[in-house]
Design a protein around this ligand. Structure first.
Ligand code: MG
Length: 288
């Protein structure tokens, strides 16, 4: 299923796509987070409703929101999880490439989460180096700790497209990534969650970003250094993962700061991020 959070007549609801329209699932749970927490039973109910519902809403009659608009805690992110991105990262400061032996983990504040087609706020008084990062996002489906790689996929609820929008000079100035990764609206997410039954193999998906229609990143999740089971294994060691946790799996090469010359987002730019088998999110950069 493709599960959405949407706003219709000023009310937030959840639903599933059916033939390009939305079937309301709010009778099962008021929010996506609640639906995920309810476990497999809720998904069976959802499938039944999708199959039998008489009514649906055209997709263009609603406003899609991030599928999990208010996560309970920070978005967990992998850094330098594609070798070519690690190379461009180190090359940009004249350093020798070091591939990580362990996943580099940082987080983005919950207030970064933004809709799949909403504006990315841009305040030139705060940053002059706003950058794009297309990523596959993993949505965790159930509580778990010390999850072994061979069990890890049982903990995945589904996948979405994520743009890990980054303010590069803030990332450098504040040493830890958190501040530069956590500007309001800096995490467009969506357009929906594709449940794991519809996308059993997350490791052969093309990952692409475009700015104003020009391709900037074009890679494949097969090139991730730490794949989804390895990421879940590492993250869950001694740290409980919760249903609805959002994990961004890292971005491939082609980001703005590492380009020659560097490129950064400007007001009016339109960023599209696409992951094969999921869809495309599209966000305009807007002065705030
Ligand atoms: Mg990233």
């Amino acid at each position: 299923m493709k599960l959405v959070t949407y706003s219709y007549k000023d009310q937030d609801k959840i639903g599933a796509l059916r033939d390009g329209a939305i079937v309301d699932l709010t009778s099962i749970a008021p929010t996506m987070l609640k639906l995920i927490e309810m476990g497999p039973e809720a998904l069976i109910q959802a499938r039944n409703i999708v199959e039998s519902a008489a009514e649906s809403l055209p997709l263009d009659s609603v406003k899609l929101k991030a599928p999990i608009p208010n996560p309970r805690r920070n978005v967990m992110c992998l850094g330098l999880n594609y070798a070519e991105h690690a190379q461009e990262h180190y090359a940009s400061s004249g350093k020798k490439t070091e591939l990580p032996d362990f996943p580099i983990v940082f987080t983005k504040a919950t207030t970064t989460v933004n809709g799949p087609y909403d504006d990315i706020p841009y305040d030139p008084g705060v940053t002059a180096e706003l950058d794009w990062e297309v990523e596959l996002a993993v949505i965790i489906g159930r509580t778990g700790k010390n999850i072994s790689p061979n069990q890890a996929m049982d903990y995945v609820f589904g996948y979405a497209v994520l743009n890990d929008v980054s303010a590069r000079e803030l990332q450098r100035q504040h040493k830890q990534f958190f501040k530069g990764k956590s500007l309001d609206g800096a995490c467009p997410l969506g357009p929906w969650i594709v449940t794991v039954d519809e996308l059993p193999d997350p490791h052969h998906l093309q990952v692409t970003s475009r700015v104003n229609g020009e391709v900037k990143q074009d890679s494949n999740t097969s090139l991730m250094i730490f794949n989804v089971p390895a990421i879940i294994d590492h993250l869950s060691r001694g740290m409980t993962l919760l249903p609805g946790d959002i994990v961004a799996t890292g971005t491939p090469s082609g980001v703005g700061f590492a380009r020659q010359p560097p490129e950064f987002l400007q007001a009016g730019d339109v960023v599209e991020c696409e992951v094969e088998g999921i869809g495309t999110i599209k966000n305009r950069v807007a002065l705030t």
